[in-house]
Write a protein that binds this ligand. Structure first.
Ligand SMILES: N[C@@H](CCC(=O)N[C@@H](CS)C(=O)NCC(=O)O)C(=O)O
Length: 208
């Protein structure tokens, strides 16, 4: 299977970490977003949204990081990353959807304003957008922080795909100025994700 990715992207790093955790070898091809490689016709044919990550398995093409992670998990049934229990799976799915619907867009404001605009030469961060991002982060971070009180991982007693998914944005905490310092449980939990071998292996060699 081939994964088109951009190493610093949280959306692609979470897929890579899950593949490493499951021991699934992937043929990796970097799509350099700063060079606009995601806009080339060959890549748009694979993913008309022009986004990474994108997985190709024979003649099957799959985009959307959560769908890709679930597809990888389907190749290793019974993995503790997803469990076999329908209620645990539903709980994990809840966090995967929450991540894409709420947490990702909240963190995404900062990633766009502080990182993407820099590599696209679009000027400095827009204060109105930063205020919008702060409102979003301070709406959703307390949900995550409160949930983590008394728990090591998001669901059950083991690390699951939900931890890799939701935690992936924290990797950019400093460079994207994510306003999450005051959320102690989130920082404690992400500290544990950082100790995982699969997370370490998925780290970008150098940063944008
Ligand atoms: N919901 C998508 C988001 C993917 C995404 O936004 N990828 C970004 C990089 S982090 C991208 O490829 N951006 C390029 C573009 O939008 O043109 C997923 O989970 O895979």
């Amino acid at each position: 299977m081939k994964l088109y990715h951009f190493p610093p992207s949280p959306n692609s790093r979470r897929v890579l970490a899950v593949a490493y955790h499951l021991g699934i070898p992937l043929d990796l091809e970097t799509i350099e977003l700063p060079k606009g490689e995601h806009l080339k016709p060959g890549f748009i044919k694979l993913n008309p949204n022009h986004k990474i990550p994108t997985l190709v398995d024979g003649d099957f093409v799959l985009w959307e990081s959560s769908a890709i992670m679930l597809y990888l998990l389907s190749k290793k049934p019974g993995s503790s990353l997803y469990s076999n229990d329908p209620k645990i799976q539903a709980d994990i799915n809840r966090w995967l959807f929450w991540n894409i619907a709420h947490w990702g867009p909240a963190c995404g404001v900062f990633i766009y304003e502080y990182l993407v605009k820099k590599f696209r030469n679009l000027g400095g961060p827009d204060p109105n957008e930063i205020k919008r991002g702060e409102d979003l982060v301070h709406l959703f971070a307390p949900v995550l922080n409160d949930h983590l009180k008394g728990r090591q991982w998001l669901v059950g007693n083991d690390v699951t795909v939900a931890d890799y998914a939701v935690g992936s944005f924290l990797d950019l905490k400093e460079v994207a100025h994510l306003p999450v310092d005051k959320y102690k449980e989130i920082n404690r939990w992400y500290g544990d994700i950082e100790k995982l071998d699969a997370w370490k292996k998925s780290a970008p060699a150098n940063f944008m």
